[in-house]
Design a protein around this ligand. Sequence first.
Ligand code: FES
Length: 234
Amino acid sequence: MDRRAFIESCSAAATCLSAAAALPVFAADARPRAYARAVLTDEFGDPLKASSLKARANYVFHYPYVATPVFLLNLDTPVPPAQLTTEARESYVWPGGVGARRNVVAFSAICAHQLVYPTPQVSFISFRRNRAQKGVQDNLIHCCAEHSQYDPAKGAQVLDGPAPQPLCAVLLEHDPRADTLTAYATLGGELFDAFFRKYEMKLSLDVGPTARHPVAGRAPVRELEKFCKNPIQC
Ligand code: FES
């Protein structure tokens, strides 16, 4: 999607939201940040079909950097745009789901509270089909560290817990003919600088010198259970 198409999409989304929910229309002052384009692939390197994603399963890929994880979700229902605000009080219109059914969404998997994230060894944060032990409802992204909960059907808006802002969205472009997905930007409150500061030593051991290299070309997607040995439920 080019810049003009994106702005038109955001304008349409703001209009729909305003009409449907009588929300005040804010100027969208958090803009998308473009990164290198990366086609999402399966584990064999072949382009992933959006329609092949299992409903409400956790998938992980890394974007926009080699060490920054992202949740990819098929929410199994069309997902409308949402008006959101970052911790810095910047408003933005998240454009909603993509794919033939507009049911596919992607968010940075770095918790906006204290930057907990999924690693190959363990994950304290994931999407839950069913209400977690300390959850408020089904179908939320739940962080077990201090129980922040994000609604992926509303742009990862915070519904509970100490997180001060939504998870940063990763914007995807869907090719309707090939049914493929391409990551091309982020939108919302990025936490990548803080993430790389906080985990500098760990990332240098786990990932090595490429941790902050940009992802470009292809981004392999795996189910969380295959990516991570110990996805914690709480
Ligand atoms: S790090 Fe996720 S809730 Fe504290």
